[in-house]
Design a protein around this ligand. Structure first.
Ligand code: NCD
Length: 305
């Protein structure tokens, strides 16, 4: 039995197969409409979510399967003090696969250890968000035609943003990737990540001003300042509008640069940028469904249909 805890759980060859499957699902959806008939996905979300939970639900429904679950820890037995390990043992009797989001780093891993069904980490605290990374990689691969030889700018909350942490880990396995980390001092990428990049000799720079590096970027990954992970409101208010991507800033960028964002957006991309053909974030949300369909099929061992 296989779980997905980190984007590194799949090697690059397996990722290619997953992305090819996602592509086939996009082009031939009817071929997969009954692939999960009789199967049940449990979505156990102990933390708020729109996209991730609904895209999992949409993915399973489009495969012909059904969905059960909860979207609020207060409405689950966690409110009565049940451990994640006990919850997953019980859910293993009700469902065939589980997607779990939790505010505590490592909680889905604890669940996977006791689970009798595949568990997917749908975001654990400020740690990892592997299915968002699969979505990001599929978007880059589909819209750019490759996953190597890029300068990618990651901008915003690089400290608490789990999508950023997962994406960096996944991208270091491809050739010719150069990272530009654009953040205020207080929200810099954690040391364990920069240490890993130094060890692997992967080029990166840390800068504060987005405008300074905009012309160099092939990809710009914008992120929201993660309000819920701040210890005080004052710091959040001071930092939340540090970056706002506007049409004027987009003029500094390459004609074929892509703007990605895991969403939800708050203020960091002005809505006028949505009209720019380089804005790929809504397309990215759509690819998230195909890649989660491919992932469910893969983890359930249903790819050879
Ligand atoms: C992200 C998350 O939950 O980490 N959202 C998502 O899943 N698309 C990003 C965020 O909340 O800022």
């Amino acid at each position: 039995m296989r779980h997905l805890m980190s984007p590194l759980d799949f090697d690059t060859k397996e990722l290619d197969e997953l992305f090819d499957l996602a592509r086939d699902i996009e082009v031939n959806p009817e071929k997969y409409a009954h692939a999960c008939d009789g199967k049940i996905l449990a979505t156990c979300f102990y933390e708020p979510s729109t996209r991730t939970r609904l895209s999992f639900e949409s993915a399973m429904t489009r495969l012909g399967g059904r969905v059960i679950g909860f979207s609020d820890a207060n409405s689950s037995s966690a409110a009565k003090g049940e451990s994640v390990s006990d919850t997953i043992r019980v859910i293993s009797c009700y469902a065939d696969i589980c997607a779990m989001r939790h505010p505590k780093e490592g909680a889905p891993m604890v669940a996977a250890d006791k689970s009798l069904i595949p568990v997917i980490n749908a975001g654990d605290g400020g740690h990892q968000h592997p299915t968002q990374t699969l979505t990001d990689l599929l978007t880059i691969r589909n819209l750019k035609g490759r996953l190597d030889h890029f300068t990618i700018g990651l901008c915003g909350d690089l400290k608490f943003g789990r999508t950023v942490h997962s994406l960096i880990h996944a991208l270091v396995r491809y050739e010719g990737i150069r990272f530009l980390f654009i953040s205020p001092e207080e929200l810099r990428v954690p040391d364990y990540i920069t240490d890993m990049l130094r060890e692997k000799n992967i080029p990166f720079e840390e800068v504060i001003r987005l405008e300074d590096v905009m012309p160099e970027l092939d990809l710009l990954y914008m992120t929201r300042v993660q309000k819920e992970r701040f210890f005080n409101e004052e710091d959040y208010v001071r930092l939340k509008d540090f970056y706002i991507l506007t049409p004027a800033k987009m003029e500094l960028a390459k004609k074929d640069m892509l703007v990605l964002h895991p969403l939800p957006r708050v203020n960091e991309i002005s809505v006028e940028v949505d009209e720019d053909p380089r804005a790929a974030y809504f397309k990215q949300a759509q690819y998230g469904v195909y890649v989660r369909m491919a992932l469910i099929l893969t983890l359930l061992g249903l790819t050879n249909q």
